[in-house]
Design a protein around this ligand. Sequence first.
Ligand SMILES: [Zn+2]
Length: 428
Amino acid sequence: MSIPADVLRLGTEVATRASTTVASDGFVAVLDHVRAYGESSRAALAEATGMGRSVLTQRVEALLEYGLLAEDRIGVSTGGRAPRLLRFRADAGHLLVADLGATSTDVALADLSGGILVHRQEASEISAGPDAVLAHVEELFDACVDEAGVSPDDLWGIGVGVPGPVEFESGRPVSPPIMPGWDGYAVRERFADRGVPVWVDNDVNVMALGELTAGSGRGVDDFVYVKIGTGIGAGIVVDGRIHRGAKGSAGDVGHIYVQAGREVVCRCGMSGCLEAFAGGAALGRDAEAAARDGRSAILRALLDEKGHLTAEDVAIASKHGDPVSVELITEAGRLIGQMLTGIVNFFNPSLLVIGGGVAGAGDLLLATVRQTIYRRSLPLATRDLVVRRSALDGRAGVIGAATMVANELFAPEYLPGWLAAGSPARHA
Ligand SMILES: [Zn+2]
């Protein structure tokens, strides 16, 4: 992107005054509105932002020059001449994103609206450590850029989701239980060679953002996304934004204590955690025990065939009517519902989105979760509560990581700086 000198000067001016005037707010407000709706007339913008006509015109003209807005469609006339529509140019820059799970890596090249242009998913083990995992991510990034034929100059940012707690400010994982070698690792600095800003967050927060942008949470201001995969975690959306909490560990619901009637030590070292009974790893463990004890012929057959069992095997066996597997899934659903009852009574969301590999295992789990919540919650908290499966499945993470980067690039604290520099890359 090449920026005319007078626009650069305007950007510098904006950056200098950013903290004390509404100049940057004007840019952010205009961009936020057009990004949210995809397109807008100047009249609708004036109404939404409350900006005066001349200021608005100046902001819009500058954003048109930056190439962040385009004006090329004719809207519907409300009498008189039909207005031209301003549209957000999602293709003005590109983003590289990675969603790292416990056992898989999703990498994508996205546009500035979270639209996925190239997506690759590969099996990988997060426990292999940051050097091996991120080297693999780098290779996949290169493959995505090559496949899309995007110039490195058009890369504006990188977003990474990791399966553990992250200090959002520094982008470093903090004591992640299933990520040996990742504690305090400088993920952001690892990608410094690409010369663009990097943001890192917990994978479940990123998935919740994906649901908010393009999935079941679209248009919903207060909802909770619950991922039931190898482990269990939640992303909390409050007033349309991710709630990370004081230190970034909000939503770590897998380690909430539940009444399971037995003691199992969790991988975090404590006893009685939800995840230790109802996570995918726990279901696989309990299914293997049942197979070895001779309690389930079908699980025994699956174990003999594969050498180990996963939550997916339990789902398959339950669909064939295996009573042990039905009981395992029902019990997991009951315990997840027990935990979510606390969340519902405390937070009063209008929507719970259930995602992750185990959630995809079938209707039995979701039905049990729903039943438990309705039975145990206060009537007012569940009056309009919707409990729904994720519609995005494996794409929630990459869409959400792209949204995270776009939100940060266009945030009031960041936008003026890189507009002044000419591009996010020059400002990184
Ligand atoms: Zn735990």
